[in-house]
Design a protein. Structure first.
Length: 273
């Protein structure tokens, strides 16, 4: 297996900016998935908040080997940069026929940053089938600021996705995305391992930017989701433009003139008379 990190391209990062998450299906090899179940059953030691990866996860540990897999390491570096810190980690376990689901929520209770974001890695060592529940995600919700459980009263939103996936899948989520663990209606214990990463460098052009001018970048950033109404969909596209400008350090980037139109400040222009 190659040990060269695999950076994301611009289209993939634009997809993350639009959707609020990115899936890496079956990137963890089967032997590691089998090992993970034993590791999770034994339990994990806590990690001090803001701990560097080498300190949080000693060399040779399962978590260290997981985040150093080329596809995972490259995607993380593309989104949060080299040498991120570990905010916390936790194994979420759902017992068979557990009869309740998490309310829809965002994990970023007081996080109002517009120029930085954390990434939450979610790793699924087993195949997750529909009856196992999986993680519910509302695509495109990550830039709609809410206080953690404000969305908890909503049971279903158009276009929501329940993450069913093959074993060894890793999902990388923007810290603000609306999500919730579903109940497990199967006969199998379900595990999901989460690590939250904090960037330590400016999140600017960290990925492979060779395709930055690819028209597919704009197509990804224009994407709309079924739960948007017309006006609110425009708001989300504007929020993406702001994030993309920050990520690319391109203050002139725009989609359909939305950001340019509302940033027009005639009173601040110097008179030429």
């Amino acid at each position: 297996m190659s040990t060269t990190r695999q950076l994301l391209n611009s289209v993939q990062v634009a997809r993350f900016v639009a959707h609020g998450f990115l899936r890496l299906d079956a990137v963890v090899p089967p032997q590691m998935n089998e090992e993970a179940l034993g590791v999770f059953d034994t339990g994990l030691d806590p990690v001090p908040y803001g701990c560097e990866v080498p300190k949080a996860f000693p060399e040779g540990s399962f978590a260290r080997r997981l985040v150093e897999l080329p596809a995972v390491a490259g995607a993380l570096e593309s989104l949060v940069g080299p040498d991120p810190t570990v905010d916390h980690h936790f194994v979420h376990t759902r017992e068979p026929h557990q009869g309740s689901a998490q309310p829809l929520h965002a994990d970023a209770l007081i996080d109002l940053r517009t120029d930085a974001f954390d990434v939450q890695l979610m790793y699924y060592p087993q195949e997750v089938t529909a009856d196992m529940g999986g993680t519910l995600i509302v695509p495109g919700s990550h830039l709609r600021r809410t206080n953690e459980s404000d969305t908890g009263r909503y049971q279903n939103l158009l276009g929501q996705t329940r993450l069913t996936c093959p074993a060894g899948t890793v999902a990388l989520l923007h810290h603000g995305i609306w999500h919730g663990g579903r109940r497990n209606d199967s006969d199998t214990v379900r595990h999901m391992y989460k690590i939250r990463f904090n960037p330590t460098v400016p999140q600017v052009r960290l990925w492979d930017t060779a395709d930055l001018d690819d028209p597919a970048v704009g197509e990804e950033l224009r994407r709309v989701f079924p739960w948007y109404e017309t006006a609110t969909g425009r708001l989300e596209i504007h929020n993406r433009v702001r994030l993309w400008r920050s990520l690319t350090r391109d203050p002139g980037f725009d989609i359909d003139h939305w950001a340019t139109r509302i940033s027009n400040r005639p009173a601040s222009r110097r008179s030429t008379v």
